[in-house]
Design a binder for this molecule. Structure first.
Ligand code: ATP
Ligand code: MG
Length: 379
């Protein structure tokens, strides 16, 4: 009996491109992810041909929706800019591996998401569970990478609860440039973009699946990021549509998983790791956040959430362990006051911990050779 994957590919075979070719033979499809009856993929075409392809996208969506067993479908049409739009000449710096999008240029296999012109490596900071310190880690990791001499940008992909306005004390609105492109806000030498710069913090945002995809795509592709070695993406908690969208739409070089040491958080971290592995994104390692608590009064250590759980989990799963960040009031106060420790207390022990984590992430990026993209993955 044919699997749902086969049925989806067969249905797409009946959809023709503007030149009359069956869609799977056009070299425009991303990985097709089938998860629990939900189908996600994108069609990437030349910017000049977008209009002709919009009807194909609609037909592809309808064809897949009609496949028995498919509960929902999301097909994004994305345009690949053909170089030169970001100003400076092609930017890849030699120390970073080439963008995932380069698979397209080599002509082998189905295309992966197109790279962001000018951006060397994009990494996601994620966790299955909320509130474990992803955003705090993302900011300080970005600053740590900056301190290692890399040009770094930060994308806040948490459209449900953006943190960058607060963590970086950003209250201004980004300016538009050249029509509908946005200029990111600059902080500590890093361009930063967040949906929180565009919407009122008090406005409850309801995002439906396709809106998630288009908001993220726009923040990635319609922002003047300039030339970056690394873009650090602060992910929303969980393993839902937004994460899958990122993994599919963004040529991610790797993911950093943040977990607190206790079992419950680790179960969620494991889920996060499994999700990235399913979509072929290498896990660069796990950070144990809110590890040992050093009492500011008596100086004694207390392991409030336990200690060492993430290190054991990393060993068990065979992924790198990146380091332990203590639970410390200074981190919380500085973070929440928009003054991340690596920027505002660079000589502190905490800043050194984040720089050490950043060094390991950088090594991981250099070592990562991307596996060939899969066509269909069923969860
Ligand atoms: N090592 C730490 N020591 C003390 N406080 C911390 C530490 N890491 C994070 N915090 C604090 O914990 C709270 C949650 O952190 P943060 O917002 O970074 O988590 P998150 O995982 O991004 O949350 P969400 O899932 O809501 O996006 C914040 O108040 C932050 O200042
Ligand atoms: Mg967060």
């Amino acid at each position: 009996m044919a699997s749902l994957n086969d049925d989806v590919v067969a249905a797409l075979g009946k959809v023709a491109s503007p030149d009359g070719k069956p869609l799977p033979q056009t070299d425009t499809l991303s990985d097709i992810v089938v998860t629990d009856g939900k189908v996600f993929f994108s069609i990437t075409v030349d910017a000049a041909a977008v209009q002709a392809w919009e009807a194909v996208r609609t037909r592809a969506e309808a064809a897949v929706r009609a496949v028995p067993g498919v509960k929902s479908v999301m097909v994004a049409l994305t345009a690949e800019r053909t170089g030169g739009t970001v100003g400076a000449p092609p930017p890849q710096r030699p120390q970073m591996p080439p963008g995932r999008g380069s698979a397209r240029a080599s002509g082998g296999g189905p295309p992966s998401p197109a790279g962001i012109p000018g951006v060397g490596a994009i990494i996601a900071v994620a966790s299955g569970k909320g509130g474990v310190g992803k955003s705090t880690t993302a900011v300080n990791l970005a600053l740590g990478l900056r301190d290692h001499g890399l040009k770094v940008g930060i994308l806040d992909a948490d459209i449900y609860g953006p943190s960058m306005p607060k963590l970086l004390a950003i209250r201004e609105k980004p300016q538009t440039v050249g029509g509908n492109r946005l200029k990111p806000i600059e902080r500590h030498g890093m361009p930063v973009m967040s949906i929180g710069f565009l919407i009122d913090e008090e406005t409850p945002m309801i995002w439906r699946g396709p809106m998630v995809m288009s908001a993220l795509t726009q923040m990635l592709r319609e922002v003047e990021w300039g030339t970056l070695d690394v873009m650090v993406v602060d992910m929303p908690p969980g393993t839902g549509d937004a994460q899958l969208t990122m993994a599919q739409q963004v040529p991610l070089k790797g993911a950093v998983i943040v977990s607190t040491p206790q079992d419950l958080a680790l179960i969620d971290a494991r889920r996060g790791i499994a999700m990235f592995q399913r979509v072929n994104v290498p896990v660069l390692g796990i950070v144990e956040n809110m590890s040992t608590f050093v009492c500011p009064h008596c100086g004694k250590n207390s392991d409030i959430f336990g200690h060492g759980g993430a290190r054991h989990e990393a060993e068990r799963l065979g992924v790198p362990f990146l380091g332990e960040v203590p639970l410390d009031i200074a981190i919380r106060e500085k973070s929440d006051a928009g003054m991340p420790v690596v920027a505002t207390a660079p000589d502190s022990a905490h800043a050194q911990i984040y720089r050490d984590i950043a060094a390991k992430v950088r090594e991981g990026l250099q070592a990562t050779a991307r596996p060939a993209p899969k066509i269909v993955i069923e969860a």
